[in-house]
Design a protein around this ligand. Structure first.
Ligand code: ADP
Length: 565
C-alpha cells in the first residue's frame, strides 16, 4: 500500500473506531449496539462475515449475539442456539489466553470443526477476545469466505482496537439495560405502594408482588415479608416468593420501619453469594416501598372506618331525633287524654277512676321529667358543662327519695331496700346520684316482668361503698354488658325480648320498653365524675344486677365514707 493508501486506511480506521466509541457511550439497546459493531467491523476489515458471541451468566455457554454477512432469516434462528464453550476451541483459546487467535487455513487447522467450516465455506478466521476491566465478555469473529486471507500485524491491532471499543460498548449497554430494568422495577414497586391507598387494593397481594419483584431484582433464591403481630413481639408471614431458605442459610433482613414504629420485615436469601452493597441499597428501597404500601393500606382502612363511623353517627342522630319525639309524645298523649276526659262537660266519673286518671297524669309528668333530666344531663356532658357538687349525703335517705320519684312507675311491684350500716354517708352530688338510682330502677322495672320485685342494697366495703340494683328480668346479652353504657346503645329487640310491663295507662309507661339509650351512659358519666365505677352482671338465677362503687373518704373530696358524728 502506498503512503496515500495507508493514510486513507488510517483515516477510515479512526472514523470507524470513533463511530463505535460514540455509540459505546450512548444509551442504545445492546442488540442494536452489537449489530452496529459487526457491521462497522466488516466495513473496516473487509471480512465476509463478522460475529459476536457473548458468555452467559454461567460462563460455560456462548450466546450467538450479532452476525453480519448472512441472510437475516438465518441470523434470527442462529441467535436461539447457544454453544458450549468447551466445544468451541477457537473461542476458548481466545478467552483463556486473552490473545487474538488466527486461523490461516480453516480446512487444515486442527482447531476448527470441519463440518461447520465446510457448511459456511470458511477459509481464514480471526478471533479476538472481548474483555473489559479484566473480565472476559465473549469473542469477536472475523471470517473470510471468498478467499484465503493473510492477517497482518496491522489487522490484528485493528481488530484488537475494535474489540476493545466493542467491549466498552457491550459493558455500557448492559449497564444501561440493568439500570433501566432496576429503575423500572423500583418504579413498579413504588407504584404498588401508591396503589395501596386506593379502593379495593388487597394488601397481601400487593406485598406478594413486591417480594417477587425484590427476589427477581437481586436474583435471590427466595424471600418473604412478615408483619409484626399485635403483641409487637412476633411476626406473621404475609407474602413469600421463590424457595424457602434451607436451615443452613440465614436470610438477610430489611426492616419495614415507620417513624417510631416497627411494621415488619422483608427477608431475602441467596445461597451462592451474600448481597453486595448496591443490592442492599435496592432492598432497603423495596422495604421502604413495602412500608409505604402497608401504611397506605392502613390509612385507607382507617379512612373507611372513619367514614363508616360518620355515617353511623348520622344515622344515630336521625334515629335519636325520631326517638326523642316518640318518647316525648307518649306521655304527652297520655296527659292530654286523661285531662280531656276529666274535663269533658257532663261526664260523671267514679271517684276511684278520677284518682286513677290524676295519678296517670302525674306518672306521665314524672316520665317527662326524667326524660328531660336525662336529655339535659347528656347535653351538659357533651358540652363539657357537667360538674358535680359533692356534699355529705346519707345513702338510705337518698335511695328513699329516688324510689319515691319512680313509685308510680312501679305499679304493684315491690322495692326491697337494705342499707348496711345505717346511716351510711357519702360525699356526693345528691341530684346526680339520685338520677343514677332513678335510671337504674326505671330499667329494672322496664326490663323485668310484671310482679317481680326490685332489690336495692348499699353497703360499706372497706373504704368503699357499693350499691346494687338487682332485678329478675331478661338479663343482658353477654356481649352487650359493656356496650350498654355507651351513648344511644340499646340491645336489639330480637336479642332481648322487652319484658312485659304490668303498667297500664295509669302508670304512664307504655307496654313497649321505650327508651333513648341515654340512661346508662349518663349513669356511667356521673359515677365516674364521682371517682367511682359502674358495671352490670347477669345473675345465676336470672335477672341483671347493676353495681355502683364509689371511693372512700381517704380518696378525693368526692369520696365516700361515714363522717365522724
Ligand atoms: P334505654 O333508654 O334504652 O333503657 P339505657 O341506657 O338505660 O337506655 O339502657 C341501655 C340498654 O341496656 C337498654 O336498651 C336495655 O337493652 C339494656 N338494659 C338496661 N338495663 C337493663 C336491665 N335491668 N335488664 C336488661 N337489660 C337492660
Amino acid at each position: 500500500m502506498d503512503g496515500n493508501g495507508q493514510n486513507r486506511t488510517r483515516q477510515r480506521h479512526d472514523e470507524v473506531l470513533a463511530d463505535i466509541a460514540r455509540f459505546a457511550g450512548s444509551s442504545i439497546e445492546l442488540d442494536v449496539v452489537l449489530d452496529r459493531i459487526v457491521e462497522r467491523t466488516a466495513a473496516l476489515t473487509a471480512a465476509d462475515r463478522v460475529s459476536i458471541w457473548l458468555l452467559d451468566a454461567t460462563r460455560w455457554k456462548l450466546l450467538p449475539s450479532a452476525l453480519w454477512g448472512m441472510h437475516p432469516a438465518f441470523t434470527t434462528n442462529w441467535k436461539t442456539r447457544p454453544l458450549d464453550l468447551a466445544a468451541e476451541p477457537l473461542s476458548r483459546e481466545a478467552i483463556e489466553t486473552g490473545q487474538v487467535v488466527i486461523v490461516g487455513d480453516a480446512m487444515t487447522d486442527a482447531r476448527t470443526d470441519k463440518a461447520s467450516v465446510r457448511f459456511f465455506g470458511d477459509r481464514s478466521i480471526l478471533v479476538a477476545p472481548l474483555a473489559r476491566r479484566g473480565t472476559m465478555l465473549g469473542t469477536l469473529f472475523l471470517n473470510h469466505v471468498s478467499r484465503h486471507y493473510h492477517f497482518s500485524q496491522e489487522d490484528v491491532e485493528t481488530t484488537l482496537a475494535i474489540a476493545n471499543q466493542a467491549a466498552i460498548a457491550i459493558d455500557n449497554a448492559r449497564l444501561y439495560r440493568d439500570t433501566r430494568r432496576l429503575a423500572e422495577q423500583l418504579r413498579r414497586s413504588f407504584r404498588y405502594a401508591g396503589e395501596a391507598l386506593a379502593a379495593g387494593v388487597d394488601l397481601p397481594h400487593t406485598l406478594q408482588m413486591m417480594v417477587r419483584l425484590a427476589v427477581e431484582t437481586v436474583d435471590a433464591d427466595g424471600g418473604s415479608i412478615g408483619l409484626v403481630d399485635e403483641t409487637g413481639r412476633g411476626t406473621y408471614l404475609v407474602a413469600s416468593a421463590g424457595a424457602e431458605a434451607p436451615p443452613s442459610v440465614v436470610p438477610e433482613e430489611f426492616p419495614l420501619v415507620a417513624p417510631g414504629r416497627h411494621l415488619g420485615v422483608l427477608s431475602l436469601w441467596r445461597e451462592s453469594a451474600p448481597f453486595g452493597p448496591e443490592e442492599r441499597e435496592l432492598l432497603v428501597a423495596f422495604a421502604g416501598h413495602a412500608r409505604t404500601a402497608i401504611e397506605h393500606a392502613r390509612l385507607y382502612a382507617s379512612l373507611q372506618d372513619e367514614r363508616a363511623r360518620a355515617r353511623e353517627a348520622e344515622r344515630r342522630q336521625a334515629d335519636f331525633a325520631s326517638m326523642i319525639s316518640h318518647e316525648l309524645r307518649t306521655p304527652l298523649a297520655l296527659i292530654k287524654g286523661y285531662a280531656s276526659t276529666l274535663l269533658r262537660p257532663g261526664i260523671k266519673l267514679a271517684p276511684e277512676t278520677s284518682t286513677r286518671f290524676l295519678e296517670g297524669i302525674e306518672a306521665a309528668g314524672d316520665r317527662l321529667r326524667r326524660l328531660v333530666d336525662n336529655l339535659l344531663t347528656a347535653t351538659a356532658l357533651d358540652g363539657g358543662l357537667f360538674s358535680a357538687e359533692p356534699r355529705p349525703v346519707e345513702v338510705g335517705a337518698l335511695l328513699r327519695r329516688a324510689l319515691d320519684r319512680v313509685s308510680l312507675l312501679a305499679g304493684t311491684r315491690s322495692f326491697c331496700v337494705s342499707v348496711e350500716p345505717e346511716p351510711l354517708w357519702i360525699l356526693a352530688d345528691e341530684d346526680q346520684l339520685s338520677q343514677v338510682v332513678e335510671n337504674l330502677v326505671t330499667n329494672a322495672i322496664k326490663y323485668a316482668p310484671g310482679a317481680s320485685p326490685v332489690e336495692i342494697t348499699a353497703m360499706q366495703k372497706g373504704d368503699r361503698v357499693q350499691a346494687r340494683v338487682r332485678d329478675w328480668g331478661t338479663g343482658i346479652p353477654a356481649d352487650a354488658l359493656e356496650l350498654i353504657f355507651e351513648k344511644f346503645y340499646r340491645v336489639a329487640s330480637n336479642q332481648q325480648a322487652a319484658a312485659e310491663s304490668p303498667d297500664s295507662d295509669a302508670t304512664g309507661h307504655s307496654r313497649r320498653a321505650g327508651g333513648m339509650g341515654l340512661g346508662l351512659y349518663i349513669c356511667r358519666r356521673i359515677v365516674e365524675a364521682h371517682g367511682g365505677r359502674i358495671w352490670a352482671e347477669n345473675l345465676a338465677h336470672g335477672g341483671a344486677a347493676f353495681y355502683v362503687e364509689l371511693p372512700g373518704t381517704t380518696g378525693t373530696t368526692a369520696g365516700i365514707g361515714v363522717p365522724a358524728s
